[in-house]
Design a protein around this ligand. Structure first.
Ligand code: HEC
Length: 166
């Protein structure tokens, strides 16, 4: 009898513990969903992060062109392939969230969302130029690689000219 009472007590305590754990989980899941403003701000931060990574990977390549960074064909190829991988994310993140209606801090011009086709083409041009440059760098020839940087880098400016605040 004593034993079974004790057992019941243990069961009761366990049940309370389980219930409060379940309630805790439920309250975490019931957190309010992000507002459209928060989604727009987050999406803007994501696309700006893509551009920061592009610039991070382009910097040593541009440095090689200016002779401020020692020529390194392996690094040039590696970074160009990274740029090629990042490029398709540009139109993807813009298409996922049209932030025009929100007061986000951005240099992106609103016409991007009216010209998605062309915006996509400019990102595709960057991807193609990055792959072309990577193939040249893979050859390891300094003059050829340095000579190919301008054509590669100009695809960044081609998009900024039309779609980014001056
Ligand atoms: C398809 C168009 C497009 C291409 C291609 C492109 N950019 Fe941009 N870039 C933009 C737009 C639009 C913005 C403004 C984003 C914003 O503020 O929301 C931007 C912003 C930036 C920024 C500022 C990011 C920040 O907020 O800190 C940098 C740096 C940048 N780009 C570098 C590059 C580099 C380097 C390349 C080429 C490797 C490149 N971009 C290619 C459209 C492009």
């Amino acid at each position: 009898m004593l034993k079974s009472n004790r057992f019941k007590k243990i069961l009761a305590v366990s049940a309370i513990t389980l219930t409060s754990a379940a309630l805790y989980t439920a309250s975490a899941q019931d957190a309010p969903p992000p507002t459209p403003e928060q989604i727009a701000a987050s999406s803007t931060a994501t696309r700006q992060a893509v551009f920061k990574l592009l610039a991070f990977n382009m910097a040593p390549i541009n440095g090689m062109a200016r002779n401020t960074v020692e020529f390194d064909a392996v690094l040039a190829q590696r970074n160009a392939l990274r740029v090629a991988a990042l490029a398709p994310m540009i139109p993807e993140v813009f298409a996922t969230n049209d932030t025009r209606a929100f007061g986000v801090t951005t240099e992106a011009l609103p016409i991007i969302w009216d010209n998605m086709e062309d915006f996509r083409a400019k990102a595709a041009a960057l991807e193609e130029a990055a792959n072309t440059f990577a193939a040249v760098a893979a050859g390891g020839d300094r003059a050829a690689t340095i000579g190919a940087i301008r054509a590669f880098g100009s695809t960044c400016g081609n998009c900024h000219r039309e779609y980014r605040v001056d």
